[in-house]
Design a protein around this ligand. Structure first.
Ligand code: SAJ
Length: 430
């Protein structure tokens, strides 16, 4: 393709997307305001972890299809993939979107296409981007084309999903949507569905909100199950054998920069209507303290005073290195609020980024009375409990993700519990 593409924001979405276009033969210029990130990328080094990204970046740079800098350049197409977080009061912070749009204005020329990939509250293209883009003096929809093409990929499987997932593309007019479709068709094998920008914005936020509400339902069921001596994981498995039931899984909370954030966009948009959505968000936000209290109760049941908890996993989910909005850090805060001593370990978070973090699993486990698994990394699933050196002769373990084989840990003399089980002291898993 002859077109030149400029991708603004080289994070978890922008970088893989830029590299994917470059690997498909498009000339790509990446922009990030962080100089260190730009330098690393130009040296073919990564600042984030994603399966397949390293070799794809090397190919993109070596073939001369991709380079990065801290400022935008003139291009035919711009993709904006910057964060859209929430403020402490749960309102949307669209300053990065506005600033990224403003940054390209001096470079945008007649006929260009500007695509927003970041997840945003409905009407952001209209109310935040278009006012900036009108400063180009180009007529929107005739001389300058604008669309929303929200990413839908899941960290850990980004490259697979970039290619195979369907895409929803919403244009400010039909031509903008068509032009966007034509661009992504370079590598997307899924169907690209066209609509208007506001519908695309709402659809993306709805998808993540659906998941949040479903997880909140699972968390509520887990609490109910604990009171009636039922293993919720088994109950959900059975319920999901029904052809029209798909209950998600409970856990210590919902993390990441999407599912824990996006539902608030709908609450802000319609506070008096978004009832279930808000309740679900609050239910999931309550899970770290619920988890910490369960750990505290277990220590009390075994008469362990001033117990120390080893939190296993700091990333917001298994097999990723991303700590953004991680439930684990909130579980740690809650444990500390309850007066418990905490160490933590994560094989994917290489640099020490948390005050409780230690560098090795041995260090974390060797000093703890209770092991609290918060992230289902493969490294934890594969542990052999018989090999671990522990402080207590029969340590307690609380698995919040149903990630570990209970029988194996019980055979190794662990007191094994799961979030959402109704298990009592001395009882073994069936
Ligand atoms: N979680 C549960 N129970 C579940 C599923 C997830 O407790 O049944 C927790 C995870 O442990 C994690 C959080 O929810 O803390 C979010 O993880 P996730 O794997 O559900 O989602 P993300 O944030 O990695 O990616 C989501 C995806 N959205 C949907 O599946 C609808 C992805 O497709 C989006 O592209 C991404 O958000 C995004 O960027 O918006």
């Amino acid at each position: 393709m002859e077109k030149k593409l400029c991708v603004v924001g080289l994070g978890y979405i922008g970088l893989p997307t830029a590299v994917m276009f470059a690997n498909s033969g498009v000339q790509v210029h990446g922009v990030d305001r962080n100089e260190r990130v730009v330098q690393l990328i130009n040296n073919k080094q990564l600042h984030i972890e994603e399966n397949g990204l390293q070799e794809r970046l090397e190919k993109a740079v070596d073939e001369g299809h991709f380079q990065a800098s801290t400022t935008p350049v003139e291009a035919d197409v711009y993709i904006i993939a910057v964060p859209s977080p929430i403020n402490p009061d749960n309102t949307a912070n669209l300053e990065f979107i506005r600033a990224a749009t403003a940054s390209i204005v001096p470079f945008v020329k007649k006929g260009a296409l500007v695509i927003l990939e970041s997840t945003v509250p409905p009407k952001t293209v209209e109310n935040v981007m278009l006012p900036e883009l009108r400063k180009t003096d180009l007529i929107i929809g005739e001389e300058l084309f604008v669309s929303h093409s929200p990413e839908r990929v899941i960290p850990g499987k980004i490259f697979e999903e970039l290619v195979n997932n369907d895409r929803i593309v919403g244009g400010v007019n039909a031509k903008s949507a068509e032009m966007t479709k034509e661009l992504y068709e370079v590598f997307v094998k899924g169907t690209i569905h066209l609509t208007d920008a506001t519908t695309a914005e709402l659809v993306k936020v709805m998808e993540n909100t659906y998941r949040d509400v479903n997880i909140a339902f699972a968390n509520e069921l887990a609490k109910i199950a604990e009171g009636i001596d039922v293993d919720i994981w088994e109950a959900i498995k059975f319920a999901n054998f029904h052809p029209r039931v798909n209950i998600h899984t409970p856990g210590p909370g919902v993390g990441g920069h999407c599912i824990a954030v996006d539902p608030w966009f709908l609450v802000e948009l319609a506070p008096e209507k978004a009832d279930i959505i808000k309740k679900a968000r609050l239910t999931n936000d309550g899970m770290p303290m619920y988890t910490a209290k369960r750990a505290q109760r277990l220590l009390q049941e075994y008469h362990i005073e001033n117990g120390k908890v080893a939190v296993l996993g700091l990333a917001f989910k298994g097999n990723v290195d991303d700590m953004r909005e991680s439930p684990s850090t909130k579980v740690i805060d809650s444990l500390q609020d309850l007066g418990l001593d905490v160490v933590s370990f994560d094989p994917h978070i290489k640099e020490l980024q948390h005050s409780t973090q230690v560098a090795t699993l041995e260090e974390a486990i060797g000093t703890a009375d209770l092991l609290l698994l918060t992230t289902d990394h493969d490294q934890f699933k594969q542990l052999n409990p018989a090999d671990l050196q522990t402080k207590q002769p029969r340590p307690i373990i609380l698995d919040t993700k149903n990630a570990l084989p209970a029988d194996k840990w019980e055979q190794a003399e662990y007191r094994f519990f799961k979030l959402g089980d109704g298990k009592k002291e001395g009882q073994l898993y069936k």
